[in-house]
Design a protein around this ligand. Structure first.
Ligand code: PBG
Length: 311
């Protein structure tokens, strides 16, 4: 009866797996605060991607961690840079998988900010021009979706225009449209070896603002986004629901590094059961209205579900 009347079901197709690729390592390096999550050398990306496909999960979100940092994140603007290399090798290893490129500069700049700096703060408009160029490099390499995560005003419009001009009208944009300035990103910043010190409050959103959260996503829809996103997920279920009701576009939610780390940490002391809590969280995120969930639990959750696990 419970199964018959269940309103929300998880499926491996709901998930996107974030993958970290580091151009300075030879073996997989575990991320201490995120047990089960690794920085992979480029040589292992093909295996990771094939394993993802075989699990039933059909999309990866690629993050590059590079030693080639400079003030503007120039490595991402080169066709031989890490971002383009990752996309090409993921696509080659599993052409049917959806390859999503995280489009930002913070992992590639020596100051760790998400764009070009001017007088110590990010210069929105100069960054837009680079984001447009970066999107085209990602598209040329074979990305199916580009995912701008810099929270620059006008980033979706700038990328759409460049993609269309350069002959990539079919490459979609999954916008990190409502991205909060969140302390839940802590483990991610360790993972990508970010030299970032300071705050992104001038471009990421205030956790307290519901109306602004909605407005940010709807603005990206107007600029041409194909998928909207709320990030983080669990502390912002109300925002996911509200955006779901205000648009016909697919809505993604990103269960971020800190959400993953909390569950693993509590499970390591025996306080919580990681599997049960992860599935309950993912179900809640879907119930709130997410059509797509980006999660470090993707492969495990796919296996749990396929094995018949329920919350
Ligand atoms: C920025 C970016 C961040 C995350 C994804 N893309 C970090 C930030 O804004 O500081 C966080 C993801 C996570 O915490 O899992 N490129």
């Amino acid at each position: 009866m419970r199964n018959l009347l269940r309103e929300t079901r998880l499926h491996p197709h709901d998930f996107v797996l974030p993958v970290f690729v580091n151009d300075g390592i030879r073996d997989a390096v575990p991320i201490p605060s995120m047990p089960g999550v690794f920085n992979y050398p480029e040589s292992m990306l093909g295996d990771v991607v094939r394993k993802t496909r075989d699990s039933g999960v059909q999309a990866v979100l690629l993050f590059g961690v590079t030693g080639n940092k400079d003030p503007v994140g120039g490595d991402t603007l080169r066709e031989e840079g890490l971002m383009a290399r990752m996309i090409r090798s993921a696509k080659e290893a599993a052409p049917e998988l959806v390859v999503i490129s995280d489009n930002c500069f913070c992992e590639y700049t020596d100051h760790g900010h998400c764009g070009v700096l001017k007088d110590g703060d990010v210069d929105n408009d100069a960054t837009l021009e680079n984001l447009g160029r970066q999107a085209v490099v990602a598209a040329k390499a074979g990305a199916d979706l580009v995912a701008p995560s810099a929270m620059m005003d006008g980033q979706v419009g700038a990328m759409r225009e460049e993609l269309d001009d350069e002959g990539f009208p079919d490459v979609g944009i999954m916008s990190y449209s409502t991205k909060f300035a969140s302390s839940f990103y802590g483990p991610f910043r360790d993972a990508v070896d970010s030299s970032f010190k300071g705050s992104r409050n001038s471009y990421q959103m205030d956790a307290a603002n519901r109306r602004e959260a909605l407005d940010e996503s709807l603005t990206d829809e107007e600029e041409g986004a194909d998928v909207l996103m709320v990030k983080p997920a669990l502390p912002y279920l109300d925002v996911i629901r509200e955006i779901r009701e205000a648009t016909e576009l697919p809505v993604a939610a990103y269960q971020v590094s800190g959400e993953y780390a909390m569950i693993q940490a509590a499970s390591s002391t025996g306080a919580l059961d990681a599997k049960a809590v992860a599935l309950e969280s993912l179900t809640s995120i879907k119930r709130a209205g997410a059509d797509v969930i980006i999660t470090y639990f993707a492969l495990e959750a796919a296996a749990w579900i396929s094995g018949g696990a329920k919350i």
